[in-house]
Ligand binder design. Structure first.
Ligand code: PLP
Length: 337
């Protein structure tokens, strides 16, 4: 039994998802003639109460498109130092948009309204880049699946309004946050200008991300997606997987969260483990005692066909997901006991 907890992207389509994909009605989405893609976009726009949504191949591309839509070359965005848009999108912020990042030393990948305010360059001081956008991430990836306090997001929105800044959410795992906090998708839709969400993480679709936002920004989205090479044709087969995942897999993420917490408790009591970061959703970050070699620990896991990932700097990461079954969970807990 292979237990793969390196990421929540390793899932394979469930039987029901495959059926939905095969049954999909499709057309040329570059002509906006794919009924299933159109249905997915409408579903997401309605869910968030926002004007428009657009289907993209990846979450990196939705983020990069949003940044392009919000900024001009030479400008600057504000994000946490752990931000995916800065660390894990191949330098796309500078490559695609000619924009620099002002990185904030936040807490578990999250920043405060006060920190945003402190990091805005004075707009009339032409020596420094013009600040035009704030990017938040929820849940945070490198921050260990932490969820924002919505009150803080509302404060950040006020700062953005006062300083004429756009507000984008990298919501690759917003599905997870929505299950563990009190807010609804519409609460998020009211605050952010643009939101990117992933269908290929915990939801378990083979691919796809959706950018949802206000008309003012989304009017540019089709062109930007085309420029980035993200215009796809009969991709309704994949959109059908996304629709199926929202309807049938989303609520099951509660199990992922429960299992991540149970693994955290088991690791906290393990002789070789130094510290376990608090678990809020499906990501679990921990470190080993100084006298334990990471390669030895990983090798022992591998010998039991258990696979997790190293984040460097002594941090190890486990991500629970749809394909991590109760039987696998029992085996892993037994290994840790
Ligand atoms: C996975 C992820 C993305 C998008 O990644 P792709 O692999 O390009 O789909 C964006 N932001 C965060 C926080 C992520 O974890």
């Amino acid at each position: 039994m292979r237990i793969d907890l390196r990421s929540d992207t390793v899932t394979r389509p469930s039987a029901g998802m495959l059926d939905a994909m095969i049954a999909a009605h499709v057309g040329d989405d570059v002509y906006k003639e794919d009924p299933t893609v159109n249905a997915l976009e409408e579903k997401i726009a309605d869910l968030f109460g926002m004007d428009q949504a657009l289907y993209f191949p990846t979450g990196s591309m939705t983020n990069q498109a949003a940044i392009k839509m919000h900024t001009q070359p030479g400008e600057q965005l504000i994000a946490d130092k752990y931000a995916h848009v800065f660390n894990y999108e191949g330098g796309g912020v500078s490559f695609n948009s000619g924009v620099s990042c002002k990185l904030v030393d936040g807490h578990r990948g999250m920043i405060t309204a006060e920190q945003v305010k402190e990091n805005i360059n004075p707009p009339d001081f032409y020596h420094s880049p013009l600040t035009s956008l704030v990017c938040l991430e929820n849940t945070t990836n490198k921050g260990g699946g932490a969820c924002y306090d919505f009150g803080e997001i509302l404060e950040i929105k006020k700062v953005c309004d006062d300083h004429n800044l756009g507000l984008h959410l990298d919501g690759a795992r917003l599905w997870n946050a929505l299950l563990t906090t009190d807010e609804s998708p519409k609460d998020y839709g009211r605050v952010f200008d643009t939101i990117s969400i992933c269908l290929s993480k915990g939801l378990g679709a083979p691919m796809g991300s959706v950018l949802v936002g206000k008309k003012k920004y989304m009017d540019k989205a089709m062109r930007v997606r085309k420029v980035l090479g993200g215009g796809m044709r009969q991709v309704g087969f994949m959109a059908a997987a996304g629709i199926y995942a929202i309807d049938n897999h989303w609520q099951k993420m509660h199990d992922d969260h429960t299992r991540a917490k149970e693994l955290a408790a088991a690791l906290a009591g393990h002789a070789k483990v130094k510290a376990v970061e608090p678990v809020e959703t499906n990501i679990l970050i921990f470190s080993l005692n100084d006298d334990v070699k990471e390669t030895d620990f990983m090798a022992k896991l591998k010998a039991n066909d258990i696979h997790i990932s190293s984040m460097g700097q002594g941090k190890l990461r486990i991500v629970t997901h749809y394909d991590y079954t109760a039987a696998m969970h029992d085996k892993f807990l037994e290994f840790l006991s």
